[in-house]
Design a protein around this ligand. Structure first.
Ligand SMILES: [Zn+2]
Length: 274
């Protein structure tokens, strides 16, 4: 068990990271950690996450009401509380405005393609929650449809929210959301996204089960034609092409399924510190 001071210090460290990485501007963003059903530590309103010190961290109850601290909780604490109410497995929540991921919601482009194996294993697709007015119950309500099956959420024209059993996990998911959004943006600029084919997705989902990767997952979004002659995955081996696209690449240079899965296993195990 971490001491109250250690929890506060960790919240500050994550705050500094999200600020340094440019995931928030000015006083934006908020972080919370659950101690028990009626005690949570969270960041105060009106302070830059880059300037947080442990004495600024406040304690609130299950309704987000202040129990301890000189500063006041953020109005966005309501969305954290909604997560804790609906997801007893969650121990920490991070909210930030990572610019690339947020731009996807502004441009109305969903982040729902499976492009990187690590992301398939950890977050799956990232849903975009309906726009809500900050500080009202509209934002917590917008999470409801997705809360049970996801650990990472985009908030339309606003930012992102990630949850985890630990604060480190929730922070890593925030990094991963922005990283995926960047790769997706670069790929689109380079001519388009070539998704991981269904057959490979199935292998990754099996691997996910085998590895007991924690957290909620939306499951594998499969090609609706899988197993039929129309399937765009099967014919192309490990390559995958949009409908109507004429393949000019040699099939043989595509990564072989088993090598790919072995390599991903190695990387994911390393990332999980096993
Ligand atoms: Zn926000």
């Amino acid at each position: 068990m971490m001491s109250p001071y250690e929890i506060k210090k960790q919240i500050c460290e994550v705050g500094h990271k999200i600020y340094d990485k440019g995931f928030v501007a000015a006083n934006d963003g908020n972080i919370s950690v659950k101690v028990n059903d009626n005690e949570y530590y969270c960041t105060p309103t009106g302070v830059s996450k880059g300037a947080l010190t442990p004495d600024m961290i406040i304690k609130v109850d299950g309704q987000g009401k202040k129990l301890e601290g000189t500063l006041n909780p953020s109005s966005e604490i309501k969305m954290h509380m909604r997560v804790y109410q609906k997801r007893p497995d969650v121990g920490a929540v991070v909210h930030a405005h990572p610019p690339v991921a947020t731009a996807f919601t502004v441009a109305n482009v969903p982040l729902d393609q499976y492009i990187l194996p690590e992301a398939v294993l950890t977050i799956g697709t990232i849903p975009t929650c309906e726009y809500g007015t900050p500080s009202t119950m509209e934002i917590p309500d917008s999470l409801d449809p997705y809360l049970q099956n996801h650990d990472a959420f985009l908030l339309k024209n606003h930012g992102a929210l990630t949850v985890g059993n630990t604060l480190t996990k929730a922070f890593f998911l925030m990094e991963e959301v922005e990283f995926n959004a960047k790769i997706c943006k670069f790929a689109r600029e380079l001519g388009g996204v070539d998704e991981i084919p269904c057959e490979q997705l199935e292998k990754l989902m099996e691997l996910r089960k085998k590895m007991n990767i924690p957290g909620r997952h939306p499951g594998c979004k499969r090609c609706s034609n899988l197993g039929t002659d129309k399937c765009r995955c099967k014919d192309n081996g490990a390559h995958h092409h949009e409908e109507g696209h004429v393949c000019t690449c040699g099939k043989d240079d595509a990564p072989k399924g088993d090598d790919l899965v072995a390599e991903i296993t190695r990387r994911v195990l390393a990332a999980l510190g096993r």
